[in-house]
Write a protein of this length. Sequence first.
Length: 291
Amino acid sequence: MPDGLIVKAFSNFFTTEIDGRRINLQLPGKFRQSGDKAYAGDRVVVELDGNEGIITEILPRKSLLQRPPIANVDNVLIVLSTKMPGLSLGLLDRLLVLIEDENLKPIIIINKIDLLSELTEVNQIIEVYRDIGYPVICTSALSGEGISKLKEALSQGITVVAGPSGAGKSTLLNAISPDLNLATGAVSKKLKAGRHTTRNVELLKVEGYGFLADTPGFSNLDITSVAKERLGHCFLEFRDLSLNCRFRGCLHKSEPDCAIKERVQGDIAEWRYKNYLSMLEEIEEWEERRY
Ligand SMILES: Nc1nc2c(ncn2[C@@H]2O[C@H](COP(=O)(O)OP(=O)(O)O)[C@@H](O)[C@H]2O)c(=O)[nH]1
Ligand SMILES: [Mg+2]
Ligand SMILES: [Zn+2]
């Protein structure tokens, strides 16, 4: 039996790509009864009968992103812009926490660099994230600057694009592959409003780069699903340092001899620590209300 990749999930219908062909399949009731679901990004074994068929097996998945629901994501592109909307480090750090919590590998893109008279305005920020270990690429979807670097950084597989509305996600994807012809600007806002109401996901095939999901991606930036003990782990530069905290399970807040607090402004950027504290507070408040 052939296997295929689900590229589109719409209620119980799954558009599946099998040897370059697209076939609409349904998930038999026995899966639903056992609570197994299928998602865009899943590899499935199918039983074909002409142009129809059924899914007989969902192959083991490496990962499952919750919002948007996509299985087996290989890359996450975080697209921010220098201006319109301005660079929000709070949003960036939140996205990074969600991505680290899912054990995914992000690429940070700072788009609209054509709107800066000098790159020095963002250089310090870029250095901080590069030192942590994140790839950062500066682009202008308008002038084409950085697009070839971005293409090089994209590996095969499934790529999800995240970031605030208006940062240039769709314009960048069009620059990578003009065939995509995605709606940009004001037009896309209307489309998005419609799309938000559904949980349908579509993976777009990009010749040479696998599949891209241009969803409102991580539009719900709720971090309360992250356990407070795990939050520090989602700040990569805290990981090794926190071994030197006096207490195991130190939350780096008010504990004595905290190695993280000691390094703020040194190895740790002040805004990263502040963003950590405000997320921690949010998680603690949510946990208190819950119990
Ligand atoms: N100046 C400038 N404008 C851009 C750039 N990339 C996108 N835009 C504009 O920003 C607006 C929003 O872009 P869009 O791709 O729809 O953003 P999305 O909501 O993230 O998908 C559009 O009017 C684009 O033309 C860029 O690199 N430089
Ligand atoms: Mg868009
Ligand atoms: Zn500590």
